[in-house]
Design a protein around this ligand. Structure first.
Ligand SMILES: Cc1ncc(COP(=O)(O)O)c(C=O)c1O
Length: 480
């Protein structure tokens, strides 16, 4: 096609289609080779660790040097952790389905703003298609609705704002509030709930942390006592948050019992299902979230076990009207009818003004592979983690924290002769990362440090886990 591009100099180069085509093809080759290598017998290292000062010095040098873009991209690639590697068993980050990454490329070039309908017709409509599918998997009634937003942290804050408006006062957005307010949540909840409550001005008193049991699930038998105590302290509790599941141990709260409690006490019931809520797509594991359909709002991250690149989150409401009430903002240059419930202007209901075309990534997985693949991934990862737990229990000097309910496994290396086991396990995790053959993390629970695996990658196997334990044993023994 003959170009009408009359720009000169650098701007002409910036938008040059032929260099985009050349680099794009090279990039696809680089990434396809990478996927092949990750699925081969010899995938190499998960990461080539360098300390932050060396890494920064490297990039400063690189910036000053003479490198073309092919070289730049392959260097960034080489110096990044590989989540598709079977030995990646670390943080709860999705191992993206390649089709969703291709959709990401489409999204990044089209760059539709999405908050306003015309600035993302396809992406807004697809948000509705996707949230309808998720609502139906949750078991919500026809009144349900939802939208997509940038991450579980933001979605949890948005849900709590909606809860406050629904339970405390309709005019809270205009008038603020004088009375001390509070939310109740398990002490094992993700830190973003605590952060959301503080952003909302609730302060330390306003985040009531209910103790957990030996399985790290919220003690529902204590909910009434904690509510009464809050009232006696002059606090108005407006919401209870259930974890589905918790971050540190992957434990599912009893959602049925929280639903009973919130119903009796006229409180908002929010489910933080950022990590484990997608289990609604599984027949086998669906019962872990029984009662989720009784929640007022639910957060589910696609960028965890639903194989979508970050950030891609759904916030679902049992009663869609609640989702329109959260923000009552004047923005005449964006929307004509402030109060109208227009699903197609997704920015009316989200924090974001400009928003990624995140729905197209999820849609591409659904369209190419069907929604069953979501349940299949959950089932596969959960049963793999159960096998890991069995392997671990048969290894001397390893202790399991708690039987895994999801894809998260916490354990310790505990040789009989070593006194400071916290330090030993901390050192083991550090040395594992520096060696780069495996990636796992660690967590401190009630003063005890555990090694922590999140099994995110369907290509991880029992043999990988066995090798990991051997490497831990070898590192640990160097300290004895
Ligand atoms: C249970 C839970 N809630 C919320 C979050 C925060 O989600 P995001 O990282 O998408 O902001 C996480 C992240 O790990 C989580 O595990």
């Amino acid at each position: 096609m003959k170009s009408k591009n009359t720009l000169s100099g650098t701007l002409q180069k910036v938008y040059d289609p032929s260099s985009f085509r050349r680099l794009g093809h090279e990039m696809v080759d680089l990434l396809a080779n990478h996927l092949e290598s990750m699925q081969s017998e010899a995938p190499g290292k998960v990461l080539s660790y360098q300390n932050p000062a060396e890494e920064l010095a490297f990039w400063k040098d690189h910036f000053a040097g003479d490198h073309d873009m092919s070289d730049t991209f392959s260097t960034i690639f080489a110096k990044s952790i590989k989540v598709h590697h079977p030995n990646y068993i670390g943080h709860q980050v999705a191992v993206p389905a390649p089709i969703a990454s291709i959709a990401g490329m489409l999204s990044d070039l089209l760059n539709n703003g999405t908050g306003v309908y015309e600035m993302g017709m396809a992406s807004n409509a697809l948000e509705k298609v996707i949230t309808d599918i998720v609502n139906s998997a949750i078991g919500f009634p026809k009144t349900a609705g939802g939208f997509m937003t940038s991450g579980g942290t933001l979605a949890n804050l948005t849900a709590l704002l909606a809860a406050r408006k629904a339970i405390v006062s309709e005019n809270i957005w205009e008038e603020g509030h004088d009375q001390p307010l509070a939310v109740m949540v398990s002490e094992a909840s993700h830190y973003c709930i605590d952060r959301a409550a503080r952003i909302m001005g609730l302060g330390t008193k306003g985040i009531i942390k209910v103790p957990v049991d030996a399985q790290f699930k919220i003690r529902t038998d204590l909910l009434s006592e904690y509510l009464e105590k809050a009232k006696a302290d002059g606090l108005q509790v407006f919401a209870v948050v259930g974890c589905a599941c918790s971050t540190a141990t992957g434990s599912y709260d009893s959602l049925e019992e929280i639903a009973d409690f919130t119903k009796t006490n006229n409180l908002w019931f929010h489910v933080d299902g950022a990590h484990g809520g997608g289990v609604v797509f599984s027949n086998k594991n669906r019962s872990k979230v029984n009662g989720i359909e009784r929640a007022d709002s639910v957060v589910i991250d696609f960028h965890k076990m639903l194989m979508t690149p970050a950030l891609t989150t759904a916030l679902l409401f049992k009663n869609e009207l609640d989702s329109y009430e959260t923000f009552s903002q004047q923005a005449a240059y964006l929307w004509n009818a402030e109060k109208a419930q227009e699903w197609y202007h997704s920015g009316k209901r989200t924090f974001e003004c400009t928003k990624l075309m995140m729905s197209i990534k999820v849609y591409s997985i659904l369209k190419a592979h069907g929604q069953e693949v979501f349940g299949e991934n959950y089932d596969h990862l959960y049963s793999l983690t159960a096998s890991f737990s069995n392997i671990l229990k048969n290894k001397p000097n390893f202790t399991l924290l708690v039987e895994p309910e999801s894809n998260i496994l916490n354990f310790r290396y505990e040789p009989k002769t070593k006194e400071d086991l916290n330090l030993l396990n901390e050192e083991i995790q550090k040395q594992l990362v520096e060696a780069g053959n495996f990636y796992i993390v660690s967590v401190v629970l009630s003063g005890t440090r555990y090694l922590r695996c999140s099994v995110m990658n369907p290509f991880t196997t029992e043999a990988v886990f066995d090798k990991l334990l051997n490497e831990i044993h070898d590192i640990g023994n160097k300290f004895l």
